[in-house]
Design a protein around this ligand. Structure first.
Ligand code: GUN
Length: 280
């Protein structure tokens, strides 16, 4: 069993991105990210703080716009329209989830597709599903990079993705299908999950339930990617029970230090690609 070290891979990519930002600066372009954070969701506060920190390390200008329950969809949409027209902004993200009163899909639909660095908008998702990939969401993109890193061929593999979210499961499945995998998306309504996951050469788990996946769900020699980030008593746990599962795997990721570090770096990779288009 080998561990796929997300922290190490992310650090390698980060070094390349720092060089890319320096090159952009020679042409007077400082990549700009507008972050919209609504409310005070504890996990979102941590994610956004980390995104801003990595932006600073890379020389990217991140600007945070805060809203709360007293604001309206229209006020957030007005900010998105302003950022769409701002030449110094290359990417706009709305940290998910929004408090219930807001219409998240509607708000996101106002982000110009070329600035939708999260890839959650209908245009980028549609392009991905029609095998015309434009901007791919950061978590699936990070997982593709990890699979690339261990030189696994995706074509023809049975891949099971557990979780059908816009952030992970759906774009992950589409990207794998584009690369020739036989893809199954399992979710909370799936019957006999073990029978499904036992078919997986590659199992990608985004359930949101600590240590849910044990050895009984795993085919001998599978590659297991754990997207879970379950915070319990201020400690982070994955969706996979690492101690039980790892002896059966050929490769596995850890939490923390697996998919998590890849996610922010791939978001900023998307942003830098968008900033490069400014030159043209
Ligand atoms: N919430 C959890 N993950 C993400 C992400 O990658 N992007 C945004 N915008 N919100 C999230």
């Amino acid at each position: 069993m080998k561990i796929i070290d997300g922290k190490l891979i992310a650090n390698e990519i980060k070094k390349d991105l720092i060089k890319e930002v320096l090159k952009l600066k020679e042409t007077n372009i400082i990549p700009g990210l507008g972050i919209i954070l609504v409310g005070h969701n504890e996990a979102s506060e941590i994610y956004v703080r980390n995104k801003i920190k990595v932006c600073e390390e890379l020389g990217i200008k991140a600007t945070l716009y805060r809203y709360n329950d007293k604001n309206t969809d229209e006020e957030i949409i007005a900010k998105i329209k302003e950022l769409n027209n701002d030449r110094n902004i290359d990417g706009i993200l709305v940290q998910s989830p929004l408090p219930n009163k807001f219409d998240e899909n509607k708000i996101i639909s106002y982000i110009n597709p070329s600035k939708d660095v999260d890839g959650f908008g209908t245009y980028n998702l549609g392009a991905l599903f029609s095998d015309n990939e434009q901007i791919i969401a950061a978590t699936p993109l990070g997982i593709l990079k990890m699979l690339d890193y261990i030189n696994v061929s995706i074509s023809g593999k049975n891949v099971v993705v557990i979780g059908s979210s816009i952030i992970v499961g759906r774009p992950m499945a589409a990207a794998l299908l584009n690369r020739g995998a036989t893809v199954t998306i399992a979710h909370s309504q799936t019957k006999n999950l073990q029978a499904v996951t036992k078919q997986a050469d590659i199992l990608i788990v985004a359930i949101g339930h600590a240590k849910f996946i044990t050895d009984e769900y795993i085919k001998e020699g599978a590659i297991v990617i754990d997207v879970g980030t379950n915070r319990i008593d201020n400690k982070l746990y994955g969706d996979v029970d690492f101690d039980k599962v790892s002896p059966k795997c050929s490769y596995i990721t850890k939490v923390p230090g697996g998919v998590g570090p890849m996610t922010i770096i791939m978001l900023l990779s998307n942003l830098i690609i968008a900033a490069k288009r400014r030159e043209k």
